[in-house]
Design a protein around this ligand. Structure first.
Ligand SMILES: NC(=O)c1ccc[n+]([C@@H]2O[C@H](COP(=O)([O-])OP(=O)(O)OC[C@H]3O[C@@H](n4cnc5c(N)ncnc54)[C@H](OP(=O)(O)O)[C@@H]3O)[C@@H](O)[C@H]2O)c1
Length: 302
């Protein structure tokens, strides 16, 4: 299991378990969120020694960054790794914009909302359809030289777009949809990332809660991306993960997170949370040591 990871070619280091914060202030994305829970979620992460906080302008159109900016004032900034993202243009119906000027302005605004003088990792959240990728990345290279950001990331880029973005070898990290039930990245990008010393962070690692084991066959409608047959197979596989989890006195979510933490293709896993209790529980994934036979068994179950 990894204790500390370095992000790409940068000097950013962090633990292998982070926090996803789209439910911290992400009122535009999810119903029924409470800001006080959002702040408590971030505090729970920091109190558990989780250092990487994954946020974005898009989570509450700045609200998530503001909540994080408030909370971190009471903590040692040097021990926190902030990852944020921009692309959705608030002046153009939130359509992706990778224009160098737009990205630089987005970094400045994120710094203000986060109430900090540097952002550890800054991602282009989505590609647009016209800016040459290397030009967009070069805007972030300039922000890195200016000391405003420390590492450069791209998210939701196709394999070809990742290569184009990394033409000058400046991309440190890629964030993409990946989980035990959504494994395209294994074939399509892992080899390229490894060869080019680019870190990988999966989003939706718990498949939006499905991989915590809290859903049953009857909940298939909530996960319309899966056919009912596939959904039933996932539920069966989760019952088998539960048997492994029981041996470790752990939950299904902790065991699944431990699988990502043990996975050499993954740098940092960033499960999201709605309430602090979920963070407290997920943090215990760091105590679950999966022997290689169990790692392989979980790998094959999905
Ligand atoms: N780059 C991108 O385009 C992109 C896209 C999506 C997400 N992200 C990032 O990736 C992070 C992770 O994705 P995600 O949060 O959407 O999905 P996720 O990590 O797959 O699932 C998180 C959700 O599962 C539930 N959960 C978490 N721990 C639990 C526990 N111990 N017991 C029971 N339920 C639990 C919570 O939702 P409920 O309580 O509501 O069930 C939580 O919000 C995000 O927070 C965000 O930072 C990035």
């Amino acid at each position: 299991m990894k204790n500390s990871v370095t992000i790409g070619k940068s000097d950013v280091t962090t633990g292998p378990l982070g926090l996803g914060t789209n439910k911290v202030g992400g009122h535009n994305l999810f119903d029924g969120l409470k800001d006080e829970n959002g702040a408590a979620v971030v505090k729970a992460a920091l109190n558990n020694g989780i250092s990487l906080l994954d946020t974005a302008f898009m989570y509450g159109l700045g609200k998530s960054e503001e909540i994080i900016g408030d909370v971190i004032q009471d903590y040692d900034r040097s021990k926190i790794v902030i990852a944020s993202k921009a692309a959705q243009d608030p002046n153009n119906e939130l359509k992706p914009n990778n224009d160098p000027k737009f990205l630089k302005n987005s970094v400045d605004k994120a710094l203000e909302r986060l109430n900090t003088d540097y952002i550890d990792i800054f991602y282009i959240h989505f590609p647009d359809d016209h800016t040459p990728k290397a030009e967009a990345v070069n805007a972030l290279v300039e922000e890195k030289k200016a000391g405003k950001i420390r590492a450069i990331g791209v998210s939701n880029f196709s394999p070809d777009q990742i290569k184009e973005a990394n033409a000058d070898g400046q991309v440190d990290i890629v964030e993409d949809n990946y989980s035990l039930v959504h494994r395209d990245a294994e074939e399509k990008v892992f080899a390229y990332l490894k060869e080019n010393n680019i870190s990988f962070v999966p989003y939706f690692p718990l498949a939006s809660g499905l991989l915590t084991g809290k859903y049953k066959s009857a909940d298939a409608k909530k996960f319309s991306q899966f056919s009912s047959d596939t959904f039933d197979k996932i539920i069966d596989s989760l019952a088998k993960v539960k048997a492994i989890a029981d041996k470790h006195d752990a939950t299904v979510a902790q065991t699944i997170l431990a699988w990502y933490i043990a996975n050499p293709n993954i740098s940092v896993v960033i499960p999201g949370a709605r309430v602090p209790e979920q963070v407290d529980s997920n943090a215990k994934a760091l105590d679950v040591q999966l022997p290689s036979a169990e790692f392989d068994e979980i790998n094959k179950l999905f």
